[in-house]
Unconditional design. Structure first.
Length: 143
């Protein structure tokens, strides 16, 4: 099964991906990790799209997406999961990543991007900090 975890930075996608991996197994690929598949970006993209398509009916693959342009890589049959968090939660998590300092330009960027994935079509929605990870993983396990 191909599981796409889609959302903003620091929404909880990586935490959810690891929980799913522990329950189901499979490989986690984040963002532009696919570029390691080939020296040429176009060849790497083609190989990655093929890998994603094969994962729909094959071994589990969890693709963590933060950039809208990567949504176009997803083939039919991918399980699309929107992962969200409150803006204040995202800011606190980002601040922790930046060693306790959230510069004003970064804060503005987070505010501008907040909700940028909300209008898409998703098979599931997971709200970090509110939804239960174990229960969510069990729902996916039954697919």
């Amino acid at each position: 099964m191909l599981i796409a975890l889609i959302g903003e930075n620091c929404a909880g996608k990586s935490t959810l991906a690891e929980a799913i991996r522990l329950k189901r197994g499979g490989e986690i690929i984040s963002g532009k990790d696919y570029l390691r598949l080939a020296k040429s970006e176009s060849i790497a993209q083609a190989l990655f799209k093929k890998k994603l398509k094969e994962a729909v009916t094959g071994d589990d693959l969890i693709y963590v997406i933060t950039e809208k342009e990567h949504l176009s890589f997803l083939p039919d049959g991918a399980v699309r999961v929107l992962v969200t968090a409150e803006l204040d939660t995202i800011k606190e998590r980002f601040k922790a990543r930046m060693h306790g300092v959230l510069p004003p330009p970064v804060e503005k960027m987070l505010e501008m991007k907040h909700g940028c994935f909300d209008s898409g079509e998703y098979d599931h929605r997971f709200k970090s900090g509110e939804d239960d990870i174990e229960a969510f993983c069990e729902r996916l396990k039954d697919r």
